[in-house]
Design a protein. Sequence first.
Length: 736
Amino acid sequence: MNASTLLDGLNDKQLEAVTLPHQSALILAGAGSGKTRVLTTRIAWLIQTGQVSPLGLLAVTFTNKAAKEMLTRLTSMLPINTRGMWVGTFHGLCNRLLRAHHREAQLPATFQIFDTADQLSAIKRLMKAMNVDDEKYPPKQVMGYINSCKEEGLRAHAVEAYDAHSQRMREIFEEYDKQCQREGVVDFAELLLRCYELLSRDSTIRQHYQSRFKYILVDEFQDTNRLQYLWLKLLAGEQQASGRNCIFAVGDDDQSIYAFRGARVGNMRDFERDFAVQSIVKLEQNYRSYSNILDAANAIITHNRNRLGKNLWTAAGKGEPVRVYEAYNDIDEANFIVDEVKSLHAEGHGLGEVALLYRSNAQSRVLEHALFSANLPYRVYGGLRFFERAEIKHALAYMRLIANPHDDTALLRVINFPTRGIGARSLEQLQETARSQGGSLWQAALQAAGKGDAIKAKGIPGFVALVKQMQEEAIGITLPEVAELATGLSGLRTFYQSEKEGEDRIANLDELINAAVAFTNQEIGVQVDENGEVAQSLLTQFLTHASLEAGEHQAEAGREALQLMTVHAAKGLEFKVVFISGLEEGLCPHEQSLYEAAGLEEERRLMYVAVTRARQRLYLSYAQSRLLHGQVRYGIPSRFLDEIPDELIKRLNAKPVARSGYGQDYNAMPKVMSKTSQEQKSAMPWKIGQSVAHAKFGQGVVVSYEGNANDMRVQVNFGREGLKWLALEYAKLEAV
Ligand code: ATP
Ligand code: MG
């Protein structure tokens, strides 16, 4: 490709951005306007016109997938070898730099990288050694504290401590860093901080890279955090204003969705100031989507106040209307999606062109199940498939032990999880005993435990007593109750409750219970006897089902497959057809975001990201009721749906009817749900949407409800006071 072909097809603004002279620039533009394309083309153009060698530039992308795509695009544009080019994520690039200079960074050549789970267990280990009360200092919180300090570029000694509590936190931080240093390990935040410190401290290395990377290009700039920004600044060199090294940053403030991890849109303003940015190029033509989709996205995002503001238009024509489906329940929703995907496929759309997006990982289970049953190959990105997630595997391990305590793998997985002080040595001894006697680990554990029968006991006796108690309690109860036992009595739920970001995992544990409900009701049509008891073997069948779904049904690499992912993971990507499911208040926007305006604005940006992934066809769906936290919840459609003008929408069904699902209703399950949904509905004195008054919170609107007659809870939106769940019996609501 010669230079002019390379630039062919770019619009004027894009062309201007691609061919800017050597100066820092900000490309601020909405979704699908070609930011990533401009960035990639600029790299190719700079190389082709001889302004820089492939090794003289550095490009930061948001995911490894994006980095790979960028390199592939580059090789299709230019006959160059992209190996050795510095294109990658912040973590990837810092890792590379630290490997090259490990000695100067005071790291062993073989330093290991901790993932979040490793980091957490290291923190726990340390806190134990330091005798820190983990109730007063929940390890997950300590981890969050350490990481956010590091993301601000701060070491323990630089952190301010006001009182005994913050002093102790700081002390743990300091000791943790020492422990990591001794063991030669580096966590994610440390990769960046260590690299930043190395560059600040060592002028030889700094100058080497500063003189090497004349051009620095950053995609998704709106989601950089403080430390990443400082790192970029350092690499760019001291005299940015005089244009030594320049940073070409592309971003979209409307797509900033990582504030919860410390991302700062403020970096854009700092960047303009610190780098004396002369060129701010705005791209306004969207090349991705038809106007119905784009207008829907624009209509949603205009509800946010805190925006830099920009226009986005397309020449593509209206295209198809946005399809909206109101499902009877979550299973109906999944079945609807499966049916649509099948007909799309029959019409010749490739499965790889279709994406199913959801707000939280826990939502994928019902979808995965429906796809699996329909024999549609799919792949889950940026997250593990449901039954492979650590917390689910832990819970399943307890269920496996209930079914068969001699299952060594299951035992090893949870004997010390949640931690009960069983160390490597005790485990070795157990394994030794089991080996010499030719028995199972469980048998060896029974011997080691002696007569211990208190599950509060520490160590092996406590574990043995726990499993025994679970087995006893499991007699004569239903499968969902067994799942509840495995998540509750095991201590897993309490364990994740104490974690700062444990809500997701708890939501997944709840989903496991839902899976058990669904399996019991519809999967194999098991007959429940009069007492509501299910044969023990159902447990085994369920476990088999779980391990099969985990192992074999994710489409193998290379095979064309549907793409499932959270909206967060879909950033920067595009698909011909997009389904966004679970558009209910509480799910999207997520209920935790509703208490603060900033939270709601971030949810809206997330919705904007989701909608703008679609090129040709967009489906939005919500369910009237959904099994959540083991209970049926009656939701109302997401406010984001109301924000889309009617003329862009085609409603696919006027009035949803019961399709295949939990039989005719969720009510087949005894014990877990003792009332049918009809009974629940009639027991609910308030209508959704009704205005009510509460003594403390003032006026509000009923948005949903859950639970049975006696312990029914209503969810009321009290405006400024936020969204609250209230126990109907005590809330004393009055009609307004
Ligand atoms: P996002 O904000 O979602 O990351 P983006 O601004 O990075 O989007 P790109 O992914 O670069 O947008 O481009 C969106 C789509 O538009 C891509 O398929 C790209 O190839 C196409 N595109 C961009 N510019 C042009 C153009 N000038 N002519 C034709 N197609 C274009
Ligand atoms: Mg992009």
